[in-house]
Write a new protein. Structure first.
Length: 573
């Protein structure tokens, strides 16, 4: 039976969209997990530059802890303006609090799951910085002398706030016209560890309410606890109404007494160095490629050889098994490279260690640590080169394309590096490269360069080169997105032809930009058989010949007699 759009004569206009394309994809976002002084825990934060890194996670100057992870993130951001950074903490870390046992509160979800009784004010994040925080809360009523005389450590706080005190005008549960529920909150740096100056005011929250149902004119909450939890960068707050004399419930406020200023000096915050398990927990935030897109999982520099092997193999598993759309970039352990008096054995011991790693084309391993200037503490420190190596690849993406090798003079130069932990000789580079470790060298007149482009694949293959591995990651990500268009369509000639017509221009562009030398897309009845169709499947095969990077150059210089024609000798050598 034919389907007609109208019972009476009619003109029907239809549109068919055959303009689908393979979408452009980004390829230069890093992912780092680190030991930082401040900031949310186990929560990937996208930062675009070093200033944002400092704003979110605090600078190394705020604490004496190792700054390697911070400086590694800063080094990557010199090359790319896109990095997800996750703070990790140990189980023994604690948030500073005003009373009771200091809890471990990692982020907003973790705070909402807490059941706290004595801890009315808690530092926003774990670590020792919270011990410098002090919070002062004062009511503001017409009969209260406490506000007029409100001073904290000799500083007049009442001068920060003005205006008539509020009553129950915006508190629906209050019926008494003389009920005063308004308070002012000051959060300040009591010891000066956060700002550098003791007593520095960090933030203020005027005209908040002690009533749980308090609303502002725009309908948003004005409850002091909600305001602190939603807006403060430094503290969490639990119920505070019972903290003030004469104020007991939201339905029965009376004018506060003169002793109702409450000061909360926080303490008990603690921090311990991360272990390999803490880093693994941090990198677990990047397991799902559908919720967060990253291109480089950048390994930290662990002190012990075994720990470095554990974290690299862990990242290799995430990249190759769970995500399949990124690479892990790593350096050796600090113990293998830094402060070695006998540099002649570093390459051999590094190669021996590297050979114990799992074979994977999703792992890119360099050999070195780079010496960089820590401007926050005015000293030079060694950090793993991995973040800069990943940064070089990100910069190559932006300046050329992911399928270009990141090594050599054109794209492999390291910036912001003062020196290397060691400079491998030619024979040492041979030892490293045989173990699929990419040497970083300081060549006179050329600078510090990445001098290799191998992946950690343990067998000869096209995928044992960085440019080929990353070429396929780009193609797979982009074509996978394009394949969403065929989902739930009919597996017939029309759909298959449409898919081929979408993919082929994309591959022609890559060929034109030197990423591949040839390609073919097969999506027809040969690979979409009746059985495939009956199983609700769709199959497309993309064949490509990837371009190969030059690793070995031979220059033949041939001397010939004066009377010899060059055509006679060309091809003889």
């Amino acid at each position: 039976m034919a389907l007609i759009p109208s019972e009476s004569p009619n003109i029907l206009v239809k549109e068919f969209d055959l303009s689908g394309v393979v979408p452009a994809v980004t390829t230069s976002t890093g992912a780092l997990v680190g030991d930082f002084n401040w900031g949310p825990v186990e929560q990937p934060i996208l930062v675009g530059n070093e200033a944002e890194l400092v704003s979110t996670f605090g600078s190394p100057a705020l604490d004496s802890a190792d700054a390697s992870d911070f400086l590694s993130a800063a080094m990557f951001l010199k090359y790319s303006g896109s990095a997800y950074v996750t703070r990790a903490v140990g189980d023994s870390d604690r948030n500073a609090c005003a009373a009771g046992t200091a809890p471990l509160v990692k982020n907003l979800d973790n705070w909402n799951a807490q059941t706290l009784t004595s801890n009315k004010i808690v530092a926003k994040y774990p670590g020792t910085l919270g011990n410098s925080i002090k919070v002062s809360i004062c009511p503001h009523s017409t009969s209260d002398s406490a506000f007029d005389n409100w001073t904290v450590d000799g500083v007049d706080m009442s001068a920060l706030f003005d205006g008539a005190p509020a009553t129950s005008a915006h508190v629906s549960a209050l019926s008494s016209a003389t009920a005063y529920d308004e308070v002012h909150v000051v959060v300040y740096d009591e010891d000066g560890k956060i700002s550098g100056t003791p007593g520095t005011i960090l933030e203020t929250f005027p005209y908040a309410s002690l009533a749980t149902d308090a609303k502002k004119d725009d309908g948003s909450t004005n409850y002091v606890v909600d305001i602190l939890n939603n807006q403060s960068s430094y503290v969490w707050a639990a119920s505070l109404a019972t903290e003030f004399t004469g104020i007991t419930t939201s339905a029965a406020f009376t004018a506060p007494g003169s002793t109702d200023v409450n000061n909360y000096s926080l303490g008990g915050g603690a921090h311990v160095a991360l272990d390999v398990g803490d880093y693994q927990t941090g990198f677990d935030q990047y397991n799902d490629p559908d919720t967060i897109q990253v291109d480089f999982l950048i390994a930290p520099g662990m002190q012990a050889d075994a720990d470095q092997k554990t974290i690299i193999n862990y990242l290799a598993s995430i990249a190759s098994t769970q995500r399949k759309d990124c690479v892990a970039v790593a350096s050796p352990s600090r113990n293998l490279v830094v402060n070695k008096t006998n540099t002649s054995t570093i390459a051999s011991t590094t190669a021996t260690w590297a050979n114990t790693l799992n074979s994977s084309s999703y792992v890119i391993l360099d050999n070195n640590y780079v010496k960089v200037y820590d401007k926050y503490r005015d000293k030079y420190v060694f950090v793993p080169a991995a973040a800069s190596t990943a940064g070089i690849m990100a910069a190559a993406d932006n300046n050329s394309a992911p399928w270009f090798s990141p090594a050599g003079q054109r794209r492999g130069q390291y910036f912001g590096v003062t020196a290397l932990a060691y400079n491998p000789t030619k024979s040492q580079r041979d030892t490293l490269y045989k173990a699929a470790v990419n040497p970083i060298v300081n060549l006179p007149g050329q600078g510090i360069l990445l001098f290799g482009d191998k992946t950690k694949l343990g067998r000869p293959s096209a995928f044992d080169r960085i440019n080929v591995r990353r070429l396929f990651l780009v193609m797979e990500r982009a074509i996978k997105s394009a394949a969403q268009n065929v989902m739930f369509e009919f597996n017939d000639e029309f759909t298959r032809a449409e898919f081929v017509n979408i993919v082929e221009p994309f591959l022609r562009e890559i060929k034109g930009r030197r990423g591949i030398t040839d390609f073919r897309v097969v999506c027809d009845e040969t690979n979409n058989t009746a059985e495939i169709i009956d199983n609700n499947q769709f199959v497309a095969s993309v064949f490509v010949k990837p371009a190969r990077s030059i690793n070995y150059v031979t220059l033949n210089f041939v001397a010939v007699r004066t009377g010899v024609d060059f055509d006679e000798v060309v091809g003889l050598v």
